[in-house]
Ligand binder design. Sequence first.
Ligand code: NAD
Ligand code: DAU
Length: 350
Amino acid sequence: MKKILITGGAGFIGSHVVRLFVNKYADYKIFNLDALTYAGNLENLKDIENKANYVFVKGDITDEKFINELFAENDFDGVIHLAAESHVDRSILDPLQFVKTNVIGTVTLLNAAKNNWKDAMEGKRFYHVSTDEVYGTLGDEGLFLETTPYDPHSPYSASKASSDHFVRAYHDTYKLPILISNCSNNYGSHHFPEKLIPLAINNMKNKKPVPVYGKGENVRDWLFVEDHARAIDTIFHNGKNGDTYNIGGFNEWKNIDLINTLCKIMDRKLNRAEGETATLITYVKDRAGHDLRYAIDASKLNKELGWSPSLQFEEGLERTVDWYLANEEWLNRVTSGDYQKYYDTQYDKR
Ligand code: NAD
Ligand code: DAU
């Protein structure tokens, strides 16, 4: 049975990746390593938590002793590394936490993999999940390619860029078998309501102001999270050792256009008068260093490995709104902080 370590599996994207791997690969044992920070929620994985090929490990990727012991005990065949501090606005408030988790945490994992695999690198894979924000910002034209020079602007993207460099350095220096993907903005179920789409849905639902930074003219390229999980599966199994793949939705939206589309969906779903939800839109002070436009060219992944996004954005947004409206309890528990008690009741008694 192959042993695969997935870090950050209790978070938004990680929980979709864990679910996909646990359900698809009965012959893999999936270890979900997560520190359960404010962003980690085991309720995201309730549907698979009792599966025989799944195990949850609570731990911190920056804890060197713990990580070394975990690798020594388990001799993992592969690592899919998603654990990170992921929110740009938090990185502006507390950059050092992003250096600790995203840089030191990644290097701690790289060291453990290098030391544990040193005599048998063949067939191993260290897959680092990164972001398109490392490339900086685009003007009106052009797309990010795998060869676009790094130019991060926020403490978050600087920490992710740094971690990407370390991953490549371990490949070049120690021959560690690595893969990196840089993905655009994800959306879908289980997204923590500090990020634009779930925050807006939650506020619209509760008739609270919907904050739009600046003039709402910044552009993001949105991808349905389950399509990202499928891309990770494809790259993990078929990607070329040492290579980088861009992942994106070919789906650019100005923030204000996206918010207006969401307002229309919410009017319809909540039986409100047309235009009622849009009255909640409130322009607020812009994010410092706010990147204007991200857009990914994902054609390498399509041509070489055959991946493409499966969902149209309108359909994905509808499904996302439906999920949040049907999972009011999840949203309430996350916004109240109650979900953090789940681990104590669910796991400490075992
Ligand atoms: P998230 O914030 O929802 O989840 C992060 C997870 O990592 C949480 O479960 C958290 O508990 C865990 N974690 C944080 N610090 C840890 C530590 N020290 N030790 C162990 N676990 C720790 O993040 P997400 O949005 O799911 O992003 C996952 C990854 O994908 C990140 O590496 C992020 O940079 C990358 N990414 C995200 C997006 C996006 O749109 N969300 C796009 C491209 C790339
Ligand atoms: O591009 C990939 C990145 O996408 C990931 O690496 C990050 O982990 C992820 O958080 C996301 O970063 P963004 O900064 O693009 O996502 P966020 O949801 O925070 O913001 C999306 C856009 O909406 C951005 O232009 C800022 C704006 N915004 C955000 C919030 C939270 C608002 O206008 N109002 C808001 O309240």
